[in-house]
Design a protein around this ligand. Structure first.
Ligand SMILES: [Zn+2]
Length: 236
C-alpha cells in the first residue's frame, strides 16, 4: 500500500515537472511577441492604419461667378432636366432631390422655379428687368445700375453654371425660406445672396436663390457666416 502511494507521489511530481517545463517553453516562445507588442504600443512611429473614407472632390462646386468673375468661356457640364422642365448641372441633382424629399416629408413641397439658363435666356431676363426700370422713369444709367443689383449681367450669372437654383414652394414664402435657411447646408446648398453680404456680393437679398457648393463648404460657410467670396478668400 505504502509502495503504491510512493509511486503515485512520484507520478505527480513528474506531472508537475512536465507542466512547469511546458510553461517555461511557452513563455520563452511568446516572450519576443509580447515584447514587440508592448514596444509597438509605446512607439509613436507605429501608426494604426486608418479606414479610408472616400472624400469626394467637389472643387467643381466652388466655381465663383459674380460681377467680376465671368463664367469661363469653355465651361461645360452635363445638363439634367427636372420634371418641370427646369434644368440643372446633373452633379447637383442627388443633393437637390434629397433636400426636396426631406422638405416634402415636413409638408413643404419645394420646386425649382429657375435653374440653369443659357446665355440667351440670361440676356432676356436682364433686358426685361432693364425695361422695367426704364419704365419706372429711371435714366439709362440708373436703370442699368439698378438692374445689376437684381439680375446678373449675361456671362456673370450663377444660373449659367447650372449650380444655382431659385427655389419656391406651395406653402408661404416665409415658411419656405425659413426651412431652406435651417436645412439647406446639410445638403450642400447655401443662400447665395444674403442681405448682410450684399456689399460683397453686389446683389440684393435673394432668399430664394440657392447655390450648390458641396457639403463641406456649406457647413463651413454657415458656421463662419461666410458668403462664397469670403469662403474662397479664406480657404487655405
Ligand atoms: Zn437666382
Amino acid at each position: 500500500m505504502a509502495k503504491r502511494k510512493k509511486k503515485k507521489n512520484t507520478f505527480r511530481a513528474i506531472l508537475r515537472m512536465l507542466c512547469l517545463l511546458i510553461c517555461i517553453v511557452l513563455l520563452t516562445l511568446m516572450a519576443p511577441m509580447v515584447i514587440s507588442l508592448l514596444a509597438s504600443i509605446n512607439d509613436e512611429s507605429v501608426s494604426i492604419p486608418e479606414i479610408e473614407v472616400p472624400v469626394e472632390n467637389e472643387d467643381w462646386a466652388l466655381l465663383l461667378v459674380n460681377y467680376d468673375h465671368p463664367l469661363p468661356s469653355d465651361y461645360s457640364f452635363e445638363i439634367l432636366t427636372l420634371s418641370n422642365n427646369e434644368e440643372v448641372d446633373e452633379r447637383i441633382y442627388p443633393a437637390l432631390q434629397s433636400m426636396f424629399d426631406d422638405a416634402r416629408n415636413e409638408g413643404i413641397n419645394l420646386f425649382v422655379r429657375s435653374g440653369y439658363r443659357d446665355r440667351e435666356e440670361q440676356e432676356i431676363v436682364f433686358q426685361n428687368k432693364l425695361n422695367e426700370c426704364l419704365n419706372e422713369g429711371m435714366s439709362e444709367e440708373e436703370a442699368y445700375q439698378e438692374t445689376l443689383r437684381w439680375v446678373a449681367e449675361p456671362g456673370k450669372s450663377e444660373h449659367e453654371t447650372g449650380l444655382a437654383v431659385d427655389i419656391n414652394s406651395e406653402v408661404s414664402a416665409e415658411d419656405t425660406y425659413n426651412w431652406l435657411i435651417r436645412n439647406s447646408y446639410k445638403y450642400g446648398f447655401v443662400q447665395r445672396y444674403a442681405d448682410e453680404k450684399s456689399d460683397i456680393t453686389k446683389v440684393y437679398n435673394e432668399p430664394w436663390h440657392y447655390r450648390y457648393v458641396g457639403k463641406n463648404a456649406a457647413y463651413e460657410m454657415v458656421e463662419k457666416n461666410f458668403c462664397l467670396e469670403e469662403y474662397l478668400e479664406n480657404k487655405s
